[in-house]
Design a protein around this ligand. Structure first.
Ligand code: SOE
Length: 383
C-alpha cells in the first residue's frame, strides 16, 4: 500500500478484516506500507499490521512477492504509481477520484487495458457503492421496484470548512487534489448516482464556488486537521459544486457537493423517484434505506424504513446476526472482497479505470461549464 494517511488506515483495516469474515479465493498478505517519511511509515505499518515499511515505492514494485498495489495517496501521484505498478505486472486498487486530470485518467485507463489483456486488473475505490443499503437500492431499481426512473437528486454535504480558520490541507490545493468538493466528494455522488440507477451522465451544467480563499497553514496536518499555525495559503479549489446532469436516457439529475453545509458531517444522500415508487438514502444513517411503494394500499402507503441488516441483504450474510448494525469501515471490507473475488475469477473488477475515467470526464465537464457561465457541457467521448 502506498500512502499512510486517513485512507491508509481505512484500507489497512479492510485488508485485515475482509479475509476473516469472507471466504476469499486468495489470501491477502499485508506486505509493505510505503510512505514519504520513513519514520511515519514505519509507525503506521506497525500500528496497522503491515509486515514491513518503506519510503520508496519504486523499489517495492520490483519485488516478486508483491502482487497488488493499493494507492491511497493524494490524486497528484495516482497516475505515476498506478501506471508503473500495472507495467510491473501488479494488480492495482486506486483511491478516488482516479486522477487529477482527464489526461492522467486516460493514460491510466490505457495502462489498465494493456494490463487486463495479461490478466492484471485495476479498480478505482468508489467504496460507497458497497454500503449494503446503496447496493440494495441498485438491486431494487434494476428489479423494477420503483418503475421507470423519472428524477433523482444526489448530494454530498460536509461542514469541515465552515470555520474560516479551518486549516489549509492538501485537499485545498489544486496541484495536489485536482479539484475541491467537486472531485473529493462530488465524484462519489456521480459514481453512486450512475451505479444505483444503471445510467451514465452525458452532459452537465454547473457552478463552482470558493467561499474562503485564504486559510492558515499548519506545521503538521493529520487527516482533515492539524496543529500550530505558520502563515496562510491560498485555496485553489472549489468549496462547493452545484450542477445538473442529463443521463443517457434523458433523465435529469440534481447534484450538490459542499464542505460548507453547516451541521452536515458526511451526508451522502440520494433520492430516486420512479413511476411506481421511490428510494432515499443518507450515509449518516447508513444501515437504513427508505422505500416508498406506490403500488401499496393508499391508506397505509408512505416511505418505510428498511433496516438493511439481514442476511438476505447484500454483503450482510458475512457479518452479525439479524438486526445488528455495520459502519463506515465495512464498505472498505466489501471493496476488498469484491476486488479479490474478481481477481480470483480472472475477471475485470468494477468500478474499472474506464469507469473512473468517465467520472473524471464528468468532473472536467462541470469545471468547464462553470468557467463558461454554467453552459451545458457534454462529457468528452462517453462510452
Ligand atoms: C474528505 O472530504 C473525505 O474523507 C473524502 O476524501 C472521502 O472520499 C469521503 O469518503 C469522506 O470525506
Amino acid at each position: 500500500m502506498v500512502g499512510n494517511g486517513f485512507m491508509g488506515a481505512a484500507h489497512s483495516q479492510a485488508w485485515r478484516v475482509a479475509p476473516r469474515f469472507f471466504d476469499l479465493p486468495l489470501e491477502p498478505r499485508m506486505s509493505v506500507l510505503v510512505g514519504r517519511d520513513a519514520g511515519r511509515a514505519a509507525d503506521a505499518a506497525a500500528r496497522w499490521g503491515w509486515a514491513e515499511s518503506s519510503d520508496d515505492w519504486r523499489s517495492v514494485l520490483e519485488r516478486d512477492d508483491v502482487d497488488l498495489v493499493d494507492i491511497v495517496t493524494p490524486g497528484r501521484s495516482h497516475a505515476e504509481i498506478a501506471i508503473a505498478a500495472l507495467e510491473a505486472g501488479k494488480h492495482v486498487l486506486c483511491e478516488k477520484p482516479l486522477a487529477n486530470t482527464v489526461d492522467e485518467a486516460e493514460a491510466m485507463a490505457d495502462a489498465a487495458a494493456r494490463a487486463a489483456s495479461r490478466g492484471v486488473y485495476a479498480m478505482v475505490g468508489f467504496t460507497y457503492r458497497r454500503v449494503p443499503a446503496a447496493t440494495l437500492a441498485r438491486d431494487l431499481i434494476a428489479a423494477g421496484r420503483i418503475g421507470a426512473v423519472r428524477q433523482l437528486s444526489v448530494s454530498y454535504l460536509q461542514d469541515w470548512l465552515v470555520d474560516p480558520l479551518a486549516p489549509f490541507t492538501w485537499r485545498l490545493d489544486k496541484e495536489q487534489a485536482g479539484s475541491g468538493a467537486l472531485g473529493d466528494i462530488g465524484a462519489h455522488a456521480i459514481d453512486l448516482a450512475q451505479y444505483v440507477t444503471g445510467r451514465r451522465l452525458v452532459s452537465v451544467s454547473g457552478t463552482l464556488e470558493t467561499l474562503v480563499t485564504e486559510r492558515p497553514v499548519l506545521a503538521e496536518s493529520h487527516g482533515l486537521s492539524g496543529t500550530a499555525g505558520v502563515g496562510t495559503a491560498t485555496v485553489t479549489v472549489d468549496d462547493r459544486a452545484l450542477f445538473t446532469g442529463r443521463f443517457d436516457d434523458g433523465v435529469l439529475g440534481g447534484f450538490e457537493a459542499s464542505r460548507f453545509s453547516t451541521g452536515r458531517k458526511n451526508a451522502l444522500r440520494f433520492e430516486v423517484s420512479g413511476s411506481l415508487g421511490a428510494l432515499s438514502f443518507d450515509l449518516e444513517n447508513l444501515n437504513a434505506l427508505q422505500f416508498y411503494d406506490g403500488t401499496a394500499d393508499p391508506a397505509t402507503r408512505g416511505f418505510s424504513t428498511v433496516l438493511v441488516t439481514e442476511p438476505e441483504h447484500p454483503y450482510m450474510e458475512a457479518w452479525w446476526p439479524s438486526g445488528h448494525l455495520i459502519g463506515y469501515e465495512h464498505g472498505f471490507s466489501h471493496q476488498v472482497r469484491d476486488l479479490v473475488e474478481a481477481i480470483g475469477r480472472g475477471e475485470q473488477p468494477r468500478p474499472s479505470f474506464d469507469d473512473g475515467l468517465q467520472v473524471q470526464r464528468a468532473l472536467e465537464a462541470v469545471e468547464l461549464s462553470s468557467q463558461n457561465g454554467s453552459a451545458w457541457t457534454a462529457l468528452a467521448e462517453t462510452e
